[in-house]
Design a protein around this ligand. Structure first.
Ligand SMILES: *Cc1c(COP(=O)(O)O)cnc(C)c1O
Length: 392
């Protein structure tokens, strides 16, 4: 089956009611036929549902779809993207281990590495996403994992997945990719050797700004280790959210096509705008890693960033001058959203570190939605003009 078909046709087994739409199972526990079945399920001699912190049919349907779309053998769903990232670190890293991570990471992932892992005795080093050749120097005998994000949030840095895969193999590292920005529709990291793929399902997978969720995909053995950790620590996804996310996957392909088409058009428009000093979009030829993006992604994604000529003040004035676009912290919604990373999501990251990954003071991030592109461009053009007037 092709991607679109799997996203639609993988479904929980039909019940005695012969429902067409997928059912939802909002239950915290499951009943056993007898004491013997209960014993054998707990002993792991047969598989089946026991308690929704462990497994739930609605959650399982979502997991099986994610695994199929990423073309790996299993997946585990979590209550948020950060729960997925944290579970991956905690499952595979122990005291005395060392992890290499791209410097261009989502703000909370960066904070987790920077401020939390040390208290469990786990060490880390950041590597430059642009130069995989330089990573060898950072490898230590205790290095266990490479963790990267491509395209990165919010700098849209692209990491060569093929090189990262070869590097991980050479040093026998667990290769983890946060695939949130691309989704499996645009990029499948397992094809480049990724062992673990992490998602914030809150973003494009839900795609309508409704629920939180996350997922960890990979081969059965590795995912089983994650499941074991999560079974006793409890970051499980709610059955309701799983049902919403599973339905959302049915439209992922058509939504992503339109997100990408609108984003490409917006990037082209901004590229010619007098008030814009820089535009960043993976499928613009001016992107420093354009050729790598073309090699590993089928389209450029739904995020565009740009810098205004008037710097920080014009950036803030731009946000205040928008009439239709939402000023909101989410991304991957049907609605176009603008944010200013330097003063919000990345405010806790030191300025010199931010600048290294392209998060300048005047950088604006647009999560391009599914409204008509003419209306998106109209609002952005007006806000650019107004913010320029207030500067001059
Ligand atoms: C949002 C995001 C996360 C965290 O996901 P939540 O669902 O908000 O916990 C992780 N990685 C990336 C790239 C993100 O954009």
């Amino acid at each position: 089956m092709k991607f679109e078909t799997k996203a639609i046709r993988i479904q929980t087994e039909r019940s005695q009611h012969r429902e067409h739409g997928t059912p939802i199972f909002p239950t915290s526990s499951f009943v056993f036929d007898d004491a013997e079945q209960m014993r054998s399920l707990f002993a792991g001699e047969e598989t089946g549902n026991i308690y929704s912190r462990f497994t739930n049919p609605s959650v399982r349907e979502f997991e099986l779809k994610i695994a199929a779309l990423e073309e790996v053998t299993d997946a585990f769903a979590t209550a948020s993207g950060m729960a997925a990232v944290f579970a991956v670190f905690m499952t595979f890293l122990k005291k005395g281990d060392h992890v290499l991570a791209s410097r261009a990471l989502f703000g909370s992932t960066f904070n987790l590495l920077n401020n939390r892992l040390a208290s469990w005795g786990i060490e880390y080093d950041f590597v430059d996403p642009k130069t995989p050749e330089s990573w060898n120097e950072k490898v230590r005998p205790n290095t266990k994992m490479l963790f990267i994000e491509t395209p990165s949030n919010p700098g849209l840095e692209i990491i060569d997945l093929e090189k990262a895969g070869q590097f991980s193999k050479k040093h026998q590292l667990i290769f983890c990719v946060d695939n949130c920005f691309a989704t499996p529709y645009l990029q499948q990291p397992a094809k480049f050797g990724a062992d673990i793929i992490v998602h914030s399902a809150t973003k494009f997978i839900d795609g309508q700004g409704r629920v939180m969720g996350g997922a960890i995909a990979g081969n059965k053995d590795l995912v089983n280790e994650v499941r074991g950790f999560c079974r006793s620590t409890g970051p499980s996804l709610s059955p309701f959210n799983a049902w919403v996310l599973s339905k959302s996957l049915e439209t992922l392909a058509v939504r992503m096509d339109r997100h990408c088409e609108n984003a490409m058009a917006l990037a082209n428009f901004l590229g010619t705008h007098a008030e814009v000093s820089k535009v960043n979009y993976p499928f613009l030829e001016s992107h420093p890693a354009f050729h790598i993006a073309k090699k590993q992604m089928s389209q450029g994604g739904g995020l565009v960033t740009f810098e205004v000529k008037g710097g920080l003040q014009q950036g803030r004035d731009f946000l205040d001058a928008m009439e239709m676009l939402s000023l909101s912290a989410n991304l991957g919604d049907t609605r176009t959203i603008a944010t200013h990373p330097a003063s919000t999501t990345h405010a806790k990251v030191a300025e010199e570190v931010r600048l290294e990954v392209g998060i300048t003071n005047s950088l604006l991030r647009i999560s391009v939605g599914l409204e008509h592109i003419d209306d998106i461009i109209y609002d952005i053009n007006n806000a650019l003009k107004k913010s320029a007037q207030s500067i001059n």
